[in-house]
Design a binder for this molecule. Structure first.
Ligand code: G3I
Length: 372
């Protein structure tokens, strides 16, 4: 009986390892070992180990992890002074156990923020001083808890608009532009060795690039640490133009920071408006906008693959400037893109399919490293 159970165990392990394989058996993280980290976002079933097949893929292919949601302020500090670290603890433990470069996402963001953050004890909007204090205690608690273990943080997320102006968030309304240097300062104090990043979507729009470069230079001139810019890469088949995206990479590098390609996925579905990743911008379901419910036609599949290869060729060309490329999830069925910008679609943006199989593009991305 014992023998049968052991045999079944070995069989299950073999099947589960096979799931994680690309058809060549090679892994992304090995191929890119001397180039840059290859990362993925992790959702709760992966963090809790209930999505075993995804975890096998993560262990095999990725050298860096970031929490998709559980480190955001509404989950970490749902009430003032009441912290919930259980999920984040498990996430960090997973990364450590598997010797991964662990990223914290995100410290200061206008979205997924608990309601109490801007409301004072008197029920009115908080003063500058109180908001600074709240930012400081939130950042110190989170960054301090994982000091030396989480290696880099998206300190400020999505604070600049496409035209280069500041987003009129409550942080901005109450503290003005200074909320960004303050956030970096507090993070630096909490863990002087953690890498600190500014992270945003559409960060290739020329006016946006200019403002982000200005922020980088301002922080550096004041002796406040900033190590990188995170270029969220929620992109489609047509936008952005690769030249515009490349110029952003070189502009950020010229400002003296590394570039992290963060939150990457390529949606082959039609988009109502381009590449915004602003979660507030959703539109109603429309069947015309959901054309591939039974799988991608071959021509679209090819176009989608080529787009991934174009991006990875670009990353390899600029490997001296790039610290990390992180995919925003593992398999298509888990992607936030199935509900954004149109709810309830069948999207195909990631590298692993709905059956936990590596798509053919994985081996092609691996092969690119042979010549570069
Ligand atoms: O936690 C609740 C749970 O209690 C409830 O039962 C469930 C029912 O819908 O919702 C859960 O919250 C969801 C949350 O993810 C955690 O799973 C929210 O509805 C859902 O809107 C939220 O979406 C996340 C989104 O950020 C929210 O801002 C996506 O998973 C996540 O991929 C996305 O990630 C952002 C980056 O952080 C920043 N850049 C853009 C990117 C895409 O929007």
């Amino acid at each position: 009986m014992k023998k049968i159970i052991a045999l079944a165990g070995i069989l299950a392990l073999t099947v589960s390892c096979k799931t994680a394989q690309s058809s060549s058996g090679n892994s992304l993280k090995d191929a890119y070992k001397n180039k840059f980290y290859i990362g993925t976002a992790m959702d709760l079933p992966q963090i809790h180990g209930t999505d075993v097949k995804s975890d096998d893929i993560i262990r095999k292919h990725f050298s860096s992890v970031v929490a998709e949601n559980c480190m955001k302020s509404m989950f970490i500090q749902p009430e003032e002074g009441k912290f919930f670290f259980d999920d984040a603890d498990k996430f960090v433990a997973f990364g450590e156990k598997n010797k991964m470069f662990i990223i914290g996402h995100t410290l200061v963001w206008h979205s997924q923020l608990p309601k109490w953050f801007f409301i004072g004890k008197d029920g009115k909007e908080v003063s500058e001083e109180v908001l600074k204090q709240r930012m400081k205690s939130h950042i110190s608690a989170l960054v301090g808890r994982y000091k030396g273990r989480v290696k880099g943080y998206d300190v400020v997320n999505e604070a600049i608009m496409e035209d280069g102006s500041y987003r009129k968030s409550k942080f901005y309304e109450i503290l003005g532009e200074e909320f960004i240097p303050l956030a970096f300062q507090f993070a630096q104090e909490a863990d002087p060795n953690a890498e600190l990043y500014y992270n945003d979507y559409n960060e290739w729009y020329p006016e946006k690039v200019k403002t982000v470069v200005k922020i980088v230079k301002n922080l550096k001139s004041r002796g406040i640490r900033i190590d990188g810019v995170g270029m969220q890469t929620h992109v489609g088949l047509d936008t952005p133009a690769l030249q515009e995206y490349e110029k952003a990479i070189t502009d950020y590098a010229a400002a003296g920071v590394k570039v992290n390609i963060t939150e990457m996925e390529i949606s082959p579905l039609p988009s109502p408006w381009g590449t915004s990743a602003n979660v507030a911008d959703k539109v109603a379901y429309d069947a015309k906008m959901n054309p591939y419910t039974k799988g991608l036609p071959q021509n679209v599949q090819t176009e989608w693959e080529n787009r991934y290869l174009d991006f990875f060729n670009l990353f390899l060309k600029h490997q001296d400037k790039i610290r990390r490329v992180t995919l925003w999830g593992v398999t298509d069925n888990q992607s936030w893109k199935n509900d954004f910008p149109v709810k309830g679609r069948t999207d195909y943006p990631l590298l692993f399919d709905r059956n936990y199989q590596a798509k053919p593009v994985v081996d092609k991305i691996i092969d690119l490293t042979k010549s570069k």
